[in-house]
Design a protein around this ligand. Structure first.
Ligand code: NOJ
Length: 778
């Protein structure tokens, strides 16, 4: 408390002086507005103190005053972000970060957390720098902070926005209690190529689902209001089109039409912005020849110009420096100028602004006004977080202790995890496990592996002790009288293919068991950043072991843990059941057991298409029809858009997922066959739980625009609703649809719907068959 008052007094001193001096003009808003504010402030208001951080007028006065005091070097310091030595999330490291903070050269630190450590670093900024400007602490809190939720792709498979928001909320609560102000999340990149390892970090392939999730996550992170002690700033990343990397190779080039960019890749960013995302992060890729970090088109024209973004833009890790190898800047000084002039505000880890910007300003290649805009946008965020009032307000050890790993956080993680799992196959109702199964063999490298459970980008999640493995979860649930054995059997590393020395033990265990649970997939670090693959098979000797297990003639349940669609066509044919469990998080083992024993009826649906073979990639449900579509009535014909050796259809389509019960759909009815612009129609369907258990279904609405000034996809998701239906229960589900939902970038790039004929489809996956047709008139 004492420290707080003292800090406020110190700042008061700084700002009073600044106001009285009024010397250096602050930029970034109109000169008039600033002059007026300064005059009013001098006449009537007390000097701004940073105390009332909910008052925008006071914030502006405060920042004007503070900026009037700042040297160019101090301003550039605010634009610089460095990693602490705690963790590495990129290739380079600047060891001198503590000296850099003390010298006033750093505005933000990332990869540092805990109340104690953030306080320690904050103290350096606040006590050793001339202007005592507090640091902003950022961190990759992607799917949980300490309590880890399923990977983001898994959370997307819940199709449950309340669950997604809750995951983000709890992440924020825990992170904010450990001194973190800002998360580099949500990652809202549309990803349609499972070779790209970062598909695991996003919400999958679809624009509509991805946009809903982007908004839910931003709401979850930022809570009721920026500055609340249980919320953190969100970052919409990576802006933009990073997920479209050529050949699925990370950091690779993207090249696409502006229409594709605007119709497919940008909407989730806009949704994040509309939900209030405080910051944006640039992406590593070039887009149509210009690195995104130097793209004025993206960062200024679209983000600030068209969309009115008011927060600040941080680069990705050393992305400014990378404009040199991209071949866009001749050296880092020029790259810094390009980035700043394009609209970047903060340089993550590259130290380019720190090293070169002063000279660029002095020599007129970057305007002081642009720099001031950037500084202001960062100081505003610090102000809104209340850091000028109390720089240590997020670094409270007692709160930290009381907050992380709370039982309700763990319970929520378990709940979201079971909601995220997708039942891909369940032949002969082998699941849920029969009460008569008295011996269960858990086999495979993911059966008892704590470190894998939480997947990649697991923030401060503990990989060693906390995660509940599948084996532990099953044992905890199975109770007395059921023997759950374990054998690893096979390795999952790429270099373990052909290594069969564990097979005998696994087969012996399987032989004496009633049911085999094969826990297979990918090692946790095979997805995430810099984890691209050229095949999508289960790596190592897993497939070979699975085939041996099948030969025993026992029921085989494959539980997959992985961060991308895998090519599991053999398993889809040959094993009895498949449960896609993703990397389910800290409570993953319990969540899987909940499903395998039938305590929870699976309700997840795929947020991404599963191909039959990597050769089909990219494959996604809302493709174009082509001029030579390969339809059911033309089977076997040549000169059609098809493969000679594999069907066009995926192994499992987008939106697909089974339940332990079944659902029937009535024909779909619409209340109007024709709508005009501004009107809406209602499409209704009755969904019935036709099976023997209560369950949940994700009812999905798709639309096809039959003819356009540019061709339209064969289907586009336009709505969904997750409903709980008791056994035997029926419910009428209605969706409204207006011309706004039919909008796209037309031939002339204007945005809106086009009059014409449409079909809509309602069902439990993107293969939905209940159809109705309607017309949009002028
Ligand atoms: C690089 C990643 O691309 C980005 O997503 C992440 O936020 C930063 N590193 C910081 O760790």
């Amino acid at each position: 408390m004492k420290g707080k008052k003292q800090y406020a007094r110190q700042l008061l001193g700084v700002c009073t002086l600044a106001l009285l001096c009024g010397a250096v003009p602050a930029h970034g808003q109109s000169q008039d507005a600033r002059a007026k504010r300064a005059a009013t402030a001098q006449k009537s208001d007390p000097a701004p103190t940073g105390q009332n951080w909910n008052d925008p007028a006071e914030m502006h006065r405060f920042i004007d005053a503070l900026m009037a005091k700042m040297t160019v070097k101090e301003k550039i310091g605010q634009l610089t972000q460095l990693t602490s030595s705690w963790e590495s999330t990129g290739p380079t490291m600047r060891d001198s970060y503590k000296q850099d903070i003390a010298a006033g050269n750093v505005g933000s630190i990332f990869n540092a957390f805990t109340a104690k450590y953030t306080r320690e670093l904050q103290k350096v900024a606040v006590e050793q720098t001339r202007l005592r400007i507090p640091l902003l602490f950022g961190y990759d809190v992607i799917h949980g902070h300490r309590t880890i939720f399923p990977i983001s792709l898994g959370e997307a498979a819940t199709w449950d926005m309340a669950a997604v928001e809750k995951g983000a909320r709890i992440s924020a609560v825990e992170a904010a209690a450990e001194g973190i102000h800002w998360t580099f999340s949500p990652m809202v990149d549309i990803a349609r190529d499972p070779r790209w390892g970062r598909i695991s970090e996003g919400s999958g392939e679809d624009v509509y689902l991805g946009s809903q999730i982007a908004a839910a996550r931003v709401h979850g992170y930022q809570g009721k209001k920026i500055g609340d002690l249980d919320s953190v700033l969100a970052t919409a990343k990576h802006f933009a089109a990073y997920g479209a990397a050529q050949a699925g190779r990370d950091y690779h080039t993207t090249d696409m039409s502006e229409r594709e960019l605007r119709d497919t890749y940008l909407p989730p960013f806009k949704a994040a912005l509309d939900a209030g995302a405080a910051t944006f992060m640039t992406s590593f890729n070039e887009l149509n020849g210009v690195p995104a970090t130097g793209s004025k088109f993206l960062l200024t024209d679209i983000l600030r110009g068209e969309w009115g973004f008011k927060g600040f833009v941080v680069t990705d890790y050393t992305a400014i420096n990378e404009m040199v190898p991209h071949g866009y800047a001749r050296d880092e000084a020029q790259a810094g100028e390009q980035a700043m002039n394009a609209g970047v505000d903060m340089d993550m880890q590259g130290a380019v602004f720190m090293t070169h910007l002063e000279k660029s300003i002095a020599e007129g290649r970057v305007s002081q006004e642009r720099v001031d805009q950037a500084v202001r946008s960062i100081l505003e965020m610090k102000y809104r977080l209340g850091l000028f009032q109390d720089p240590y307000r997020y670094s409270d050890e007692a709160r930290e202790k009381a907050t992380i790993y709370k039982p309700e956080h763990l319970e929520a993680a378990r709940d979201v995890a079971r909601k995220s799992m997708v039942l891909l196959k369940n032949q002969g109702d082998v699941l849920p496990l029969a009460a008569s199964a008295k011996s269960i063999a858990v086999i495979g490298p993911l059966g008892d592996s704590k470190e894998d459970m939480i997947g990649s980008w697991a923030a401060a999640g503990d990989r060693k002790t906390r995660p509940v493995t599948l084996l532990e979860g099953l044992r905890a649930r199975a109770g007395k009288g059921v023997n759950v054995g374990y054998a690893r059997g096979a390795g999952y590393r790429f270099d373990e293919a052909g290594k069969t020395d564990g097979f005998a033990e696994a087969l012996a265990l399987a032989q004496k068991s009633d049911v085999i649970i094969a826990a297979m997939g990918e090692r946790w670090d095979m997805t995430g950043e810099a984890a691209s693959r050229t095949d999508l098979d289960m790596p190592g000797a897993q497939q070979a072991l699975l085939e041996e297990l099948k030969k025993l003639g026992k029921p085989v349940v494959l539980v997959l843990m992985n961060g991308r669609p895998l090519t599991i066509d053999w398993a889809a044919e040959n094993v009895d059941a498949i449960l896609e469990a993703w990397y389910p998080g800290t409570m993953g083992g319990h969540a899987i057991a909940d499903i395998l024993f039938g305590d929870y009826n699976p309700s997840g649906k795929l947020p991404v298409t599963f191909p039959r073979t990597v050769g089909q990639v990219p494959i996604f449900y809302n493709m174009k029809n082509t001029g030579r579509p390969y339809t059911a009535d033309k089977q076997g014909q040549k000169y059609l858009s098809r493969y000679l050796n594999t069907p066009n259809s995926p192994l499992y389509p987008f939106g697909y997922g089974l339940s332990y019960t079944s659902f029937g759909y009535s024909p779909v009815t619409i209340d109007k066959k024709t709508i005009r612009p501004g009107e809406a129609l209602t499409a209704s369907v009755t969904v019935t739980n036709t099976g023997k258990r209560d369950g949940e279904e994700v009812v999905q609405l798709y639309v096809r625009d039959l003819v356009g000034s540019v061709t339209r996809p064969v289907r586009e998701l336009k709505g969904f609703l997750k409903v709980k239906l008791k056994r035997g229960e029926s419910r009428k589900i209605s969706f409204t649809l207006s011309d706004k939902d039919l909008a796209f970038h037309r031939a002339d790039m204007s945005y809106g719907a086009e009059p014409g004929d449409f079909s809509l489809f309602v069902g439990g996956s993107s293969d939905a068959t209940a159809q109705a047709d309607f017309t949009l008139t002028k």
